[in-house]
Design a binder for this molecule. Structure first.
Ligand code: SF4
Length: 215
């Protein structure tokens, strides 16, 4: 279906911001999110200790991709950017326990569900951009090194080449210091800590999250 791209306005379509935010929330649900909410940007918890957890114990993605710490946006930088934004759309997707735990047998399903998060984020970010909220930006879940380039030996972007998935790949929420556990719990939704040693029978479900900071 073709769309009509509107002229840019200096107020970034302030008059219909509320309706647009609700439209993006609905889009997240339509694209497979289990729950979605419009939240003030000031309520996004950014904490350096989140990226500390990428380093200690060291995550496979740490330093291995352009969108993971220490190569990506720092929590302090994100905090500074967020001061200029007011609203975001946050969503979660439920994942079966057997898929979310680190098990080679389910790696294809796991990669597929992480890709779903990036797809929802990209779609909403693009909608917002064309609606005139042209400074919208979003974050996914996990590491693009695993989700998009798991079969590759290196991250192309770290070698100075073009990212292989430049429009889809982006940092995860946790890679830039957003405390996803706190955000989900604050929304009144369920989330469980799932470490490397977790077994499917120990957790009711997995939860992946994404966010688009709109305006
Ligand atoms: S090339 Fe692959 S690993 Fe590197 S930033 Fe792009 S998607 Fe991520």
């Amino acid at each position: 279906m073709s769309r009509r791209i509107e002229k840019v306005r200096t107020d970034r379509n302030e008059d219909r911001l509320e309706a647009d935010l609700e439209k993006y929330r609905g889009k997240a649900l339509e694209l497979g999110a289990a729950r979605a909410a419009v939240i003030p940007a000031s309520e996004i918890p950014v904490d350096e200790r989140v990226t500390l957890k990428c380093q200690i114990p060291r995550c496979f993605g740490y330093g291995a991709g352009a969108h993971c710490p220490p190569n990506t946006l720092k929590p302090a930088e994100l905090r500074e950017h967020l001061r200029k934004y007011r609203w975001a759309v946050f969503f979660v997707k439920d994942v079966p326990s057997a898929v979310i735990v680190r098990d080679k047998a389910t790696i294809r399903e796991r990669v597929a569900v992480y890709r779903e998060i990036y797809r929802i984020v990209s779609e909403i970010e693009s909608m917002a951009f064309y609606d005139g909220h042209y400074l919208a930006f979003g974050f996914g879940a996990g590491s693009c090194r695993h989700t998009f380039c798991g079969e590759e030996k290196t991250c192309a972007a770290l070698e100075g080449k073009r990212c292989r998935h430049s429009l889809s790949a982006r940092p995860s929420m946790e890679a830039v210091g957003i405390d996803v556990y706190r955000m989900v719990a604050s929304a009144g939704w369920d989330i469980y800590p799932i470490g490397s040693g977790a077994k499917p029978e120990e957790i009711p479900k997995g939860t992946l999250a994404g966010i688009v900071i709109v305006q």
